[in-house]
Design a protein around this ligand. Sequence first.
Ligand SMILES: Cc1ncc(COP(=O)(O)O)c(C=O)c1O
Length: 394
Amino acid sequence: MPNPLEELTVDQLRQRTSLKWSAHPADVLPLWVAEMDVRLAEPVAVALKEAIDAGDTGYPAGTAYAEALAGFAARRWGWGDLAVERTAIVPDVMLGAVEALRLVTDPGDAVVVSSPVYAPFYAFITHDGRRVVEAPLGADLRIDLDVLATTFAEARAGGRRAAYLLCNPHNPTGRVHTADELAAVAALARQYGVRVVADEIHAPLVLPGARFTPYLTVPGAEDAFALTSASKGWNLAGLKAALLIAGPDAMPDLARLPEEVSHGPSHLAIIAHTAALRAGEPWLDALLAGLDVNRRLLADLLAEHLPQVRHVPAEGTYLAWLDCRALGIEEDVDDGLAVVSDLAGPARHFLDRARVALSSGHVFGTGGAGHVRLNFATSAAVLTEAVRRMGAAV
Ligand SMILES: Cc1ncc(COP(=O)(O)O)c(C=O)c1O
């Protein structure tokens, strides 16, 4: 199977109307939002074409998506008892996370996050009337269990309910939490009475050398929720559909999920996600091999062109977290808020001077300033040219 990251030219990518390639002028190389520069995997494209040819565009029905996930989880992660009856179809991962948080917290309650973390966590939690409380990652970018314990205690002050929105694997750092780390998280959550909602959208994207542990397979996680979809693994963000999975002790909570939540995802999206999980593994394996090549290429390019930038290669995801603080670029941020749109410091500098679009670190919360997130799900040629330009701009 050819490397999916090497099948499209820049000219073809510029024809796209989705966010990544359309948000900036034509002289900008976009390595920002989490879209991949790939064609649709063949089994997904075939399933969608068949549905369109058959006019099969009505309302979704049945449990094929959850069954496909259960099969994938068993083959891929040895998760043999993902119970289809403990799943619900939700419009997408973020709306599913909001619904799960509604089941286990009340308005005004705290939702703990490990910053720096996927920026929309802040917006979605706040929009739903909950408070974000940060438990920053350690200097090694791994979960700091002492900080998490203190934050859980604070979150539960006054006997209020509280939840932890875990990102597993972690965006933007690309860390894949180990089974031991997750077991320690579960023990703390039990000790403090905090409910865990695990966002596992990047789970299929674990690179050679790391192993994904589904949070619900960890001892002590029986009352938790997990969310996943084929969206990141197979680049289906434009075909929204996700699955919310309850641990056995969270089943009474899942039973309170309003029925109308499952009206959100579209039938075509469910067909696409189901096909990816059922028959998309050869494509995924080719993608992971390509991402592994790019991960090494990026490390070499950074060493050559930007030796001051600190970077620990990602264990999972296609996101690289670059510590640019040694470049001494002024962080034009006031009280944690970007003065200029959602770009600050290094990301603003690289867009203006290198014509490379990256995600600005400060939007990921405490610990993010002075960093950029680079999306390496692109061709070797684009990646090489982008880092060369970035190096020339400092
Ligand atoms: C950690 C994480 N969660 C959720 C999402 C968005 O998923 P969805 O479009 O299904 O809400 C992303 C997208 O990049 C993500 O990185």
